[in-house]
Design a protein around this ligand. Sequence first.
Ligand code: C5P
Length: 222
Amino acid sequence: LSGLVVAIDGTSGSGKSSTSRGAADRLGLRYLDTGAMFRAMTWWLLDQGVDVHDPAAVAARCAEPQIVSGTDPLAPTITVDGTDVGVAIRSDAVNAAVSPVSAVPEVRARLLDLQRAVIAAETAEGGIVVEGRDIGSVVAPDAPVKLYLSADPGARAARRAAEQGGADVAATRESLLARDQIDSGRATAPLVMADGAVHIDTTAYTLDEVIGQVVALVEDAE
Ligand code: C5P
């Protein structure tokens, strides 16, 4: 599987992360969570007291933080200026601010460079599963395998609330839908189904079943 890039895009809570990690593990590939990079940027801006709803203020500062992603699918890591932010980037404050931050073109350009550097380094060695919103459309448009995962909002909210240790399902649903709307509506690299992507609606499947479908698609493409 040397040099292989598997692009996995989809809405918030569609099962992208668990599927991407599981498939990477089974296929012996590395893993990059680009959402974690946007979350890390957002965490840093909030920590610095930058107004995340002011695109000019965000653009002016977004070159500063050093964001480093570990690519082990069984233990992905993310640091900002050497600090492990793996837990901090899942907070409600980051959830509420990450989509406005991710809509700022300068943020996207900065993280695109970092993402392409990780992909280049990993594909020189083996292959990588990359998950996000614009992987098949912008980050890795030549990826030989592209997937678009979706699920109905009720299922997504129930899964995400359970992951967060029994958070309120209705509030989680609103938060997911608000992010989807901003992510799909932005001008730069909106969430779209990329040309050539295979669409999997995960609503009716278990995680293992979806991972099995992804593994089969990758093996077919080889
Ligand atoms: O995947 P996750 O839900 O952690 O992503 C958090 C947010 O990061 C998304 O709602 C979106 O605003 C942004 N994002 C993005 N492009 C990506 C990955 C994530 O804009 N490739």
